[in-house]
Design a protein around this ligand. Structure first.
Ligand code: DAT
Ligand code: MG
Length: 138
């Protein structure tokens, strides 16, 4: 079993896809270890996405991510990181395969509905960004 950190981004919350995305999480066999609804401060969005600091889309990404609420979840499943990335599809919804969450719901490359960790190591870091250990079910 492994873990991944997912976010339902502001565009998907605004477009009323929280339920659709949580239903998909359940159908894909993930166990929810932690779940929160919150609004990021811009400074925290900048911290979360700091690997992208200096890239042309960084400021707008952090502004978009902090302008309205998001849902964050720590999920567990066999091969969690790769499975969730397969479920969400390519970063740019125009390149995402039919049936993936980004193909169905994303507005653009920047407002692309969902996040997923890109490695087991980053999943642990991202989960600890949002959750204390005692907030995750054992
Ligand atoms: P992913 O979210 O698929 O892991 P990433 O880590 O490369 O993609 O980028 C993080 C987020 O930054 C991505 O979900 C949306 C935004 N982003 C990335 N590349 C972008 C671009 N070329 N133009 C606008 N936004 C971009
Ligand atoms: Mg990424």
């Amino acid at each position: 079993m492994s873990r991944t950190l997912i976010m339902i981004k502001p565009d998907a919350v605004k477009n009323k896809h929280i339920g659709d995305i949580i239903t998909r999480i359940e159908k894909e066999g993930f166990k929810i270890l932690g779940l929160k609804f919150l609004k990021l401060a811009e400074v925290d969005a900048k911290q979360f996405y700091k690997v992208h600091a200096g890239r042309p889309f960084y400021d707008e990404l952090c502004k978009d991510m902090s302008e309205s609420p998001i849902v964050v979840a720590a999920l567990e499943r066999e091969n969690a990181v790769q499975h969730w990335r397969d479920v969400i599809g390519a970063t740019d919804p125009k390149e995402a395969k039919p049936g993936t969450i980004r193909a169905m719901f994303a507005e653009s490359k920047g407002k692309n509905s969902v996040h997923g960790s890109d490695s087991d190591e980053n999943a642990d870091l991202e989960i600890s960004f949002y959750f204390k250990d005692y907030e995750l079910v054992k």
